[in-house]
Each structure stands twice: as C-alpha cells, then as structure tokens.
Ligand binder design. Structure first.
Ligand code: NAG
Ligand code: NAG
Ligand code: NAG
Ligand code: NAG
Ligand code: NAG
Ligand code: NAG
Ligand code: NAG
Ligand code: NAG
Ligand code: NAG
Ligand code: NAG
Ligand code: NAG
Ligand code: NAG
Length: 652
C-alpha cells in the first residue's frame, strides 16, 4: 500500500484511505488519486521514484528560449498575482499606519495600474540551518496566517503582498520546504505533523529521522533507501554526483512525504492549485554555474535561477531558459532532436534544493566519519566521487546539459555535455538578489534577509550586498543595477548590520543608469532574544533552540514587535511605497521622510578598522538564549579552527 508515500494531515489520510478501502489498485492509481486530492508540490516523476524517465513529448516540443523577456507562463501568472497582492498590501499598510498619509487610499486609487502598485520581492540568504531558521522567523512575521504577525508592531500580510520569494542555499531549503508542503505557514512546518520528520533538526541528516510514524522506518532503511534511489537514477542513465545523496538526506527533513518524497519534482509547483491561482508568491532558487576544472569568480560567474516553470540564466553568457519539467531531455542547440525522447523527473525536488546548497556536499563528505554510517552509503559516495574530478566534488551534475550547443558564442559550457552547478552563495552573492534585480521583473523593493556568516562570529557584514553591487559594474551584469553599499567596517561601525537598513533610497544615485533598481531593505541577522549566530556546519538543533532562533528571526523582522522602534512597521511601509510615490510624483509624507532619515544609508562611511564584532542582545536573551551563550562559545571554537582551513566556506 503506497498511500503513505505522501503524508497528509491525518483527517485527509483517513478520508483517502476510506475512499480506497477497496482492494489495492497499485501504485500508479494511488498516485493519481492522491494527485487529484492534493494541491501542492507533488510526486510527479513519471518513474514514480527518484529516477527521471522518458515520456511522450507534448505536441509542442519543449525548447530553450531566449532570456530577453519573462516567460509567457510568468507573464500570465503575474496578471493573476499582482491583483491578488492588493488586499494584503492594503492590510499591511493599514496596520503600519503611516501618520497623516492615506496609504490605503493611494493603493486603492491605483489598484488597476500595476506600473504604480508596489511590486515586492523577498530574498532569503544562504547560511545553512542558521539561514533557514532566521529566514523562517522573517517569513513567519510577514505571514498573516501566523498568530501575532498582525498585532501592533507586526509586518503581517507582507508575504501575501509579495510577488516573489527567492531563496539560496539554506534559504533555498526554507523556500523549498514551504512550497513542497502546500505553502504551509512556518508554525505548521516547525510543529510538524504527527509521526513526520518535518523540521526535526534534532536528528541530523547523519542519523536520519527518528524511527516512528508514517514517514520513516529505521536508520538502516534510511541509508538503504537513499542508496537505492540513487542507483535507480544511475541505472536510468543519469550520472549521480554527491548532490544526489546530499539532496536526498536533506529531503527527509524538508519534505513531509514518505522517504523525503523521491518522486517530488520542483516543476510540480506549477500544477499546485494555490500557485496556479496565484495565491502564493513565486518561488525562485539560485545556483551558480561552474565549468569543470575552473573556479567561481565572484563578479563573473553565470547565475542560474530555478523556478517552477523554467531554469536558466538572464546573464549574457547562457542567456536562455529551459522548461524545468523537461530538463533531463537531450536538448541540443535549443531543441530536442526529432529522434530524441522527452524526459521528466530530473528536476527532483531535493536535488534542486541540494544544487543550490552544494557547498554542503563537503559537509556531508567530511562529517560522515564522525557518525555510524553504514558502508553501503560510504561506498556509494566513493562511487559517485570517482565519477567526477576530485576538484569538482562540490558540484551538482546536471547531465544532459540543457544548454548544450545553445548560444555557442557566449555560453562557456555550450560544448559540455554536463552542466555543472554549485551553491548559489559561492560567488559571495549569498542573498538571491539576482533574479529580483532583473529589469524585466520590475521589482520595486526587496526585503533582503541576510544570515551570512561574514564575521568571525558568524554575523553578516554586508559582503553579499557588496558582491551583487560589484557585479553590476561588470559586463555580465547585462543591464541590472544595484544601489551602492559601503565597506564591512562601515556596516559594523554604523550598526548597519544590526538593524534594518535601506539602500538606494535617493534615486538621484541612478540618474546615469538605464533603470532604477529596487530599494533594498536589508534585514541582517542580529541577536534580539537569542544568539542566532550558530555555526553554518552545526548539523543538529534541539527543538527549543530551533524555536528560539526562529523567534529571534521574528524579532529581527519586527524589531521586537516594534519595541525597539514603534515606527518600524510604518517605516517598512514607507520603503514599500517609495518607488511608487516617486513614479506618481506624490509628495513623500513627513513620516516617511523621518523614516528615511533613520533607516536609509546616506553615503556616510566609517572605515575605522574593527576588532572582534560581538554584539550584545538588543532586547535581552530569552532563558534558553542566556544558557546557550555558553555553548555558542564552543561552536565558535570550532568555527575558528575552520577559518584557517576553509576560509571562504564560512561565508555561506
Ligand atoms: C493546502 O492548504 C490549503 C489552505 O491554505 C488547504 O485548503 C488545502 O486543503 C491544503 N491541501 C492539502 C493537500 O493539505
Ligand atoms: C513578538 O511577537 C511574536 C509573535 O507573537 C512572539 O513570538 C515574540 O516573542 C514577540 N517578541 C517580543 C520581543 O515580545
Ligand atoms: C489555497 O487554496 C485553498 C483551497 O482552494 C484556499 O482555501 C486557500 O485560501 C488558498 N491559499 C493559500 C495561500 O493557501
Ligand atoms: C570579468 O570579465 C570581464 C570580461 O568579460 C573582465 O573585463 C573583468 O576583468 C572580469 N572581472 C573579474 C572580477 O574577473
Ligand atoms: C543582455 O544580453 C543579451 C545577450 O547577450 C543582449 O541581447 C541584450 O541586449 C542584453 N541586454 C542589455 C540590457 O544589455
Ligand atoms: C541522450 O543522449 C545520450 C547520448 O547520445 C543517449 O545515451 C541517451 O539515450 C539519450 N537520452 C534520451 C532520453 O534521448
Ligand atoms: C563537518 O563539515 C564541515 C564542512 O566541511 C567541516 O568544517 C567540519 O569540520 C566537519 N565536522 C566534523 C566533525 O567533521
Ligand atoms: C554549437 O556547438 C555544438 C557543440 O559544440 C555544435 O555541435 C553545434 O554545431 C554548434 N552550433 C553552431 C550554430 O555553431
Ligand atoms: C566581512 O566579511 C568578509 C567575509 O564575507 C570577511 O572576509 C571580512 O574579514 C569581514 N570584515 C569585517 C570587518 O568583518
Ligand atoms: C537626493 O540626492 C540629491 C543629489 O545628491 C539631492 O540633491 C537631493 O536633495 C536628495 N534627495 C533627498 C530626498 O534626500
Ligand atoms: C499608470 O500610472 C502611470 C504613472 O502614474 C501613468 O503614467 C500611466 O498612464 C497609468 N496607466 C494607466 C492605464 O492609467
Ligand atoms: C548620515 O548618517 C550619519 C550616521 O549614520 C549621521 O551621523 C549623519 O548626520 C547623516 N548625514 C545626513 C546629512 O543626514
């Protein structure tokens, strides 16, 4: 009986079980029934398992398209999504209550004109579980379904008012997990379901889920299932890389389905009724391209995005997009040869999340020896690792390369049969801003949640923003623009990494630019009620620490529900409205001017060298936080040891 292959709220399970009380109709039929009932990312792989499989091509054969415009799918979807952001935006603005300004009236009177209505994006940085948890706190605070989010001092409904939700590496685990699980709220994901291993970070991926409930059997089966699934993929003719086992193990924690949902695909989001009805923002994950044997150059590497419809790049190298659903087909020069098959299931959900976080391949590899991992798994790793060059162990192999023979003149991998993708943060752009600064998307404001470990003690210092800014000065920027940002010392000395900071407020900065980039609302991870600077490579978290870091993230997002600045929600609302006010020639309300004086970086720098950056709690550590401070010291010791060894790795 395969019914448990998709875990559901128990009531729904009971319902389906009784509908199926008749003799078992076999896996395939059950999948079909489950799909009918479900409205979410789904086990759509035609193999019914982890391996991709051939399918009949649709009448219009899949092709690679030029990146000159947004896809027709996105354009059509935006026509539904933008109007659906109006009501939540009004709710958000109403509760933000900008003094002496009728923000609600402003949006209402322009509610049919989407070149006026604010177009909002949210970007969640990488940084492993730290980024997942801190990012989750932000998303919870912005989500009007979460208790307390719409209370005074809150920013609830901002999520519902947003068009895009982008994630990278650990931030991609968050965004991925939300969309793999029916756009569930953070509270639902955090608290999980009876018997599910969802967000059970107390058991690391090296141990596997606790053996109970519908989603898991026991640890030996955990490793065996992972190995079997990857063998299936290889047997089907698709070379595995270390990202496969990495993505598989991760999925047990992030996807609430039997065995971490081996048949779940990222493109299935495009069939989720909540998504097609544009009731949710559009999810986007980011990865960087690397040619075998080369390294990532921060300002010059091709950045790919993976969204439910397409994967590819706006950069003038690849400058093309492949249909996510048919990646795995033998595209050549942009089309599938007439004798070639169409393939589906390559865009396996965990593999996509693993690609964006491939940095952790090394974490998987180096930490295994500390755990009692059976040899079938270590043998598998040895096997997939010899398939690629030793220097390329951290890659995700996407073979066949969808961009083979496409844009030969500029596409560095046009002649390669495999596309090698790596962690989206390896080019130091650790916040997924790239998709959101594409002029075609016309985003007005980006809430950029930064959980990077830039400083010795794992706090951000603006490195990710600087990397994105620097890239816009290179030819590869292809028309993208970004506000200027100061050096790391200024971030620390002026406290720009300890409270929300706006960049790009005064658009006269862009007078010589072709486009005005979005206003950036930088939301750095900072200690409000918990030392949320846990090391990137801490593999497990007790439930109370997980919850405390998520709550700290909620406090980062709301400045402690307005206790640190009661005007914060109004100031966030001013940031949302800023570009729209300017486009319509509306006077900036006095309350917003006050906000901008307080939160906009005004060009002042202070590059005085800084010693060790060790912020104290902004509100006061919660009971757990006060206790945890001691143990964080231990992690820092480990982090220190790693600094010398891996350097760059700590940034992500
Ligand atoms: C998905 O969530 C919506 C509410 O947001 C709910 O109505 C629907 O039943 C859920 N679907 C599943 C399969 O849980
Ligand atoms: C802010 O509100 C959230 C949600 O109610 C709560 O979890 C958090 O503890 C509050 N923060 C403070 C500082 O009171
Ligand atoms: C999702 O779909 C369900 C059922 O159609 C609906 O009740 C719910 O409001 C939708 N929106 C979200 C965000 O889940
Ligand atoms: C990026 O590439 C361009 C040529 O396309 C080159 O001029 C520039 O120096 C490179 N920048 C870096 C940082 O390597
Ligand atoms: C972006 O790159 C493409 C492909 O090279 C080119 O056709 C297009 O004109 C570029 N766009 C801008 C705004 O530079
Ligand atoms: C793709 O091309 C490779 C190499 O030519 C071949 O082995 C494989 O069978 C092809 N796959 C499909 C699905 O056409
Ligand atoms: C775990 O992996 C990380 C990243 O590769 C490494 O820095 C750390 O030392 C490893 N920890 C152990 C216990 O092997
Ligand atoms: C592009 O490169 C591929 C692979 O090297 C080659 O087969 C193809 O003929 C080239 N196409 C063009 C238009 O030059
Ligand atoms: C800022 O972060 C970078 C890594 O992202 C690090 O190399 C640099 O030393 C940091 N500088 C300060 C002043 O924190
Ligand atoms: C924006 O900058 C310009 C040029 O530096 C300056 O003249 C103008 O007063 C500034 N506007 C605001 C609102 O600060
Ligand atoms: C939308 O607003 C812009 C800016 O105010 C204006 O130029 C344009 O004419 C408006 N479009 C419509 C259809 O009203
Ligand atoms: C700019 O900001 C700095 C501190 O961040 C402040 O001291 C200075 O007065 C501000 N300058 C102006 C012109 O507002």
């Amino acid at each position: 009986m395969r019914i448990s292959s998709v875990s559901l709220p128990l009531s729904l399970l009971t319902l389906i079980s009784s509908a199926l009380a008749a003799p078992s109709n076999g896996d395939r039929d059950l999948h079909a029934v489950v799909l009918d009932v479900l409205a979410r990312a789904a086990p759509e792989s035609p193999s019914g398992d982890y391996a991709p499989a051939n399918v009949d091509c649709p009448s219009e054969r899949p092709t690679i398209r030029s990146a000159a415009k947004l896809s027709q799918s996105e354009t059509d979807w935006l026509k539904l999504r933008r109007p659906k952001t109006i009501d939540p935006m009004i709710a958000f603005l109403k509760s933000a209550n900008i003094a002496n300004f009728d923000a609600v009236g402003f949006v209402n009177s322009n509610s049919k004109n989407f070149s006026v209505v604010p177009n909002i994006g949210i970007a969640i940085s990488g940084g492993g579980y730290r980024a997942l948890m801190n990012g989750a706190g932000f998303v919870a605070a912005a989500d009007n379904r979460v208790a307390g989010s719409t209370d005074a001092g809150g920013i609830g409904s901002l999520l519902q008012a947003s068009t895009y939700l982008a994630g990278l590496s650990g931030g991609g685990w968050l965004v991925g997990s939300i969309f793999a699980n029916n756009f569930s709220s953070i509270t639902t994901l955090r608290d999980g379901y009876d018997g599910s291993s969802l967000w059970q970070f107390s058991n690391s991926i090296f141990e596997g889920p606790k053996s109970s409930g519908i989603s898991l059997l026991n640890s030996a089966d955990y490793w065996k299932d992972v190995v079997d699934q990857i063998d299936d993929k290889e047997d089907a003719g698709y070379p595995a890389s270390i990202t496969d086992p990495w993505g598989r193990t991760l999925s047990y924690q992030l996807i609430n389905a039997q065995d971490g949902g081996p048949a779940y695909t990222f493109s299935s989001i495009a069939d989720d009724s909540n998504f097609t009805a544009a009731d949710t923002p559009m999810p986007i994950l980011v990865a960087d391209e690397r040619s075998p044997g080369t390294t990532i150059v921060s300002a010059n590497s091709t950045v790919h995005e993976i969204n439910p419809w397409e994967m590819g790049s706006f950069d003038p190298t690849v400058f093309g997009f492949a249909p996510t659903r048919y990646v795995g087909s033998n595209f050549s020069g942009g089309s599938i040869p007439s004798d070639g098959h169409c393939v589906r299931g390559f865009d396996q959900y965990g593999f996509v999340m693993g690609t964006s976080s491939s940095l952790f391949n090394e974490f998987l590899q180096t930490n295994l020896s500390s755990y009692d991992v059976p040899s079938i798994f270590t043998d598998l790793l040895t096997k997939v690792l010899v398939d690629v060059d030793e220097d390329d162990n951290d890659i995700a192999v996407w073979e066949p390369n969808p961009f083979y023979g496409y844009n030969n003149a500029t596409n560095k991998n046009a002649g390669a049969t495999q596309l090698t993708l790596v962690d989206g943060g390896l080019d130091l752009q650790n916040i997924p801003l790239h998709p959101l600064i594409q002029p075609e998307r016309a985003v007005d404001v980006i809430f950029a949640v930064d959980s990077s470990a830039d400083t010795t003690y794992n706090w951000p210092n603006g490195t990710a923003l600087r990397a994105t800014y620097a890239r816009t000065k290179e030819p590869i920027s292809n028309g993208t623009a970004f506000p200027a940002v100061p050096d790391a010392e200024t971030f620390i000395n002026l406290g720009l990494n300890k409270r929300p900071t706006f960049f790009g407020c005064n658009t006269s900065e862009f007078s010589s630019y072709k486009v005005i980039p979005p206003l950036i609302v930088y939301m750095p991870n900072a200690p409000y009620t918990q030392d949320s600077n846990v090391s990137t490579f801490t593999p497990s978290y007790a439930d109370d620490l997980r919850d405390s870091i998520i709550t700290n993230g909620f406090n980062v997002a709301t400045m402690g529900n307005g206790t640190v600045d009661k005007d914060w929600p109004a100031c966030a609302a001013c940031a949302v409205l800023s570009r729209s006010l300017e486009r319509t020639g509306t006077d900036v309300p006095a309350a917003c001017q006050t906000c901008f004086t307080r939160y906009c970086w005004n060009g002042t720098t202070d590059s005085t060298p800084v010693g060790s950056y060790e912020p104290t709690a902004i509100i006061g550590l919660d009971a757990l936080g006060a206790g945890a401070r001691l143990s964080v010291g231990g992690q820092v010791g480990v982090a220190w040891a790693v600094v010398g060894l891996v350097g760059l790795v700590l940034v992500i």
